[in-house]
Design a protein around this ligand. Structure first.
Ligand code: CA
Length: 243
């Protein structure tokens, strides 16, 4: 993984080749995004409704789509779901509603990230950079492989070193999330909201308990541990070089 300053250098010359499609019906918001992203060095196309946006996304060569949920006619979820039948282009969803079920629905349909309006432009920029840096986002419906771990989301099956791992539905959802976002630290709050659809403001330790169970099944029997704790922050799954 390149150091942050290397990435900044890299981004300076690659960024000019990056093309972003903004699908947003509110003219002022669309213009704000167009202007800000253009100033950041991206080429930007804007579509002001879902139908035009979907057409542009299907026929264009964009590197990223910024998609508003609330669109008249064909809404953001419908655009995303139609788009995902054909393309795996990274999609950042925008919504005025910060509701968890929207977020979960978006991720279920294959959104790569989610931002609640109103947002600060630097936050949008950071997410855009992260998505473009991640490059081709992993397909949510494909078998994911990290080292000798395989997770098949369609068949709800996980194996390690060819051995079937017996998981509950929630354990599977948790593992699939960690694998999908491999190398990225996920906070307990984010895990709780994505896997259990709960706001993690209570005393519940549901995430820690589930991680512990998952570790017993996924990591304990094997030499290389894949699930890691980032103290005070959350959890991530990745293959680390061990001494
Ligand atoms: Ca809107």
């Amino acid at each position: 993984m390149p150091a942050e300053e290397n990435w900044d250098q890299l981004s300076r010359w690659t960024i000019t080749n990056m093309k972003i499609l903004v699908i947003e019906d509110e003219h002022r918001a669309a213009e704000y995004l167009r202007q800000g992203l253009t100033e950041s060095g991206y080429a930007v196309d804007v579509a002001l409704n879902g139908t035009d946006g979907l057409h542009a996304a299907m026929t264009g060569d964009h590197d990223l789509v910024i998609l508003d949920v609330m669109l008249p006619g064909v809404d953001g979820f419908a655009v995303l779901s139609a788009l995902r039948t054909a393309k795996q282009i990274p999609v950042l969803m925008l919504t005025a509603r910060g509701q968890t079920h929207d977020k979960v629905r978006g991720f279920d349909l294959g959104a790569n990230d989610y931002l609640v309006k109103p947002f600060q432009f630097p936050e949008l920029q950071a997410r855009v950079r992260a998505l473009l840096k991640r490059g081709k986002a992993p397909r949510a419906d494909l078998v994911q492989r990290i080292a000798d771990l395989e997770v098949d989301p369609i068949r709800h099956r996980a194996t390690r070193a060819g051995q079937r791992i017996d998981l509950t539905a929630k354990e599977f959802a948790l593992l699939a999330l960690l694998v999908q976002r491999c190398g990225e630290v996920l906070s307990r709050t984010e895990i709780a909201s994505l896997v259990w659809d709960i706001h993690f403001d209570s005393e519940t330790n549901v995430v820690d308990v589930a991680i512990r169970r998952l570790r017993l099944k996924v990591d304990a029997p094997f030499d290389h541990k894949l699930i890691h704790t980032v103290r005070g922050v959350g959890y991530l799954l990745e293959l680390r070089q061990e001494p």
